[in-house]
Design a protein around this ligand. Structure first.
Ligand SMILES: Cc1cc2nc3c(=O)[nH]c(=O)nc-3n(C[C@H](O)[C@H](O)[C@H](O)COP(=O)(O)O)c2cc1C
Ligand code: SF4
Ligand code: SF4
Length: 290
């Protein structure tokens, strides 16, 4: 079932109910990502009796503008329209939406078919770990042919054998409980970036990123030589340098043990979990405490 009804929850529930009443086939409701809160259509489909939801469909997009004709590409008789963004770029958006539904108490246990950018067995495993019972492949099959699915199955089997996972039940939803809302992340978890000097190729990207847009916590010159090293007293553990470094595993985030001195704050790392909902800087927390 496509997204033709605009995915207004009441319509979704109604259409799903009609479908269920008029077929003996399972009804799988496909959800659009072109919505703020994907849990709402999922809940409506669940209320209408859907057997499962599948997501995501494509994301409304304009991929380019022809700067001679000033029309979106591809151009049809001088005009362009939005197209459906898909493939690897949409995988993070799709995985978040799958996880949102998987961990929503109102749709708990509703089977999910994961779609969006799945190209390798690892992509499939990640969707399944977040709660998808199976996955679908569109762009990768269009780009590489159906044989890619055989490669994904073989890769998944190898990984499951290696890790001792006897069946898909061993992996489906295993990551779901580890997805939380940002305000519940442990504020007393402290990690510092560390650069492996043997792996570093001295490209300087980490320094520029941290210097210009983070916390000026990476050197560029030490004793007149090009040298990239983390200044622990400045590092806030934002992960930016890890993401820009072109050398795999060259920069790692190293957690500080409870009790260890955090040179940035001058205080020992607390062993106690604390989150934003109770943080003194949170005005809502203060209101709650008064
Ligand atoms: C050329 C093309 C045509 C599509 N047609 C449909 C369609 O008719 N109905 C539908 O529900 N989804 C359609 N989709 C969306 C895909 O089924 C899928 O949800 C989306 O592309 C994300 O998966 P992918 O990243 O593996 O492509 C289409 C996608 C592409 C690329
Ligand atoms: S983790 Fe952030 S603050 Fe720390 S060195 Fe890397 S970019 Fe700078
Ligand atoms: S980005 Fe990586 S390789 Fe480049 S200087 Fe920094 S640590 Fe070295």
């Amino acid at each position: 079932m496509g997204a033709a009804v605009g995915q207004v929850p009441e319509y979704i529930e109604m259409v799903v109910r009609w479908c269920k009443q008029n077929t003996r086939m399972p009804v799988i409701t496909k959800l659009t990502p072109n919505i703020t809160d994907v849990r709402k259509p999922a809940r409506a489909a669940h209320a209408g009796g859907t057997d499962a939801v599948s997501l995501i469909n494509t994301i409304n997009s304009i991929t380019g503008v022809d700067l001679d004709s000033f029309a979106p590409q591809p151009t049809i008789d001088g005009k362009g329209s939005h197209g459906g963004y898909c493939g690897p770029a949409v995988k993070p958006i799709a995985m978040n939406m799958v996880a949102e539904i998987a961990r929503d108490p109102e749709t708990h246990g509703l089977p999910i078919s994961g779609i969006g950018g799945i190209t390798t067995w690892r992509d499939a495993a990640e969707f399944m770990a977040l709660g998808a019972g199976n996955v679908q492949v569109c762009t990768a099959a269009m780009t590489y042919g159906f044989k890619i699915v055989q490669e994904m199955i073989a890769g998944l089997e190898n990984w499951m054998d290696e890790k001792g996972h006897a069946s898909l039940d061993d992996i489906v939803g295993r990551a779901t409980p580890n997805v939380t809302d940002w305000q519940y992340l442990n504020l007393n978890y402290v990690a510092k970036a560390r650069i492996d000097q043997d792996a570093c190729i001295k490209c300087g990207r980490c320094h520029i990123a941290c210097e210009d847009t983070s916390h000026q916590a990476i050197t560029s010159m030490v004793d007149g030589k090009r040298h990239f090293e983390v200044i622990e007293a400045e590092c806030v553990g934002c992960n930016l340098c890890v993401n820009v470094c072109p050398v795999e595993n060259c920069i790692t985030m190293e957690p500080l043990a409870a009790g260890a001195m955090d040179q940035r704050t001058g205080k020992p790392v607390s062993p106690i979990y604390a989150n934003w909902t109770t943080h003194p800087n949170n005005p809502m927390a203060k209101v709650a405490a008064e």
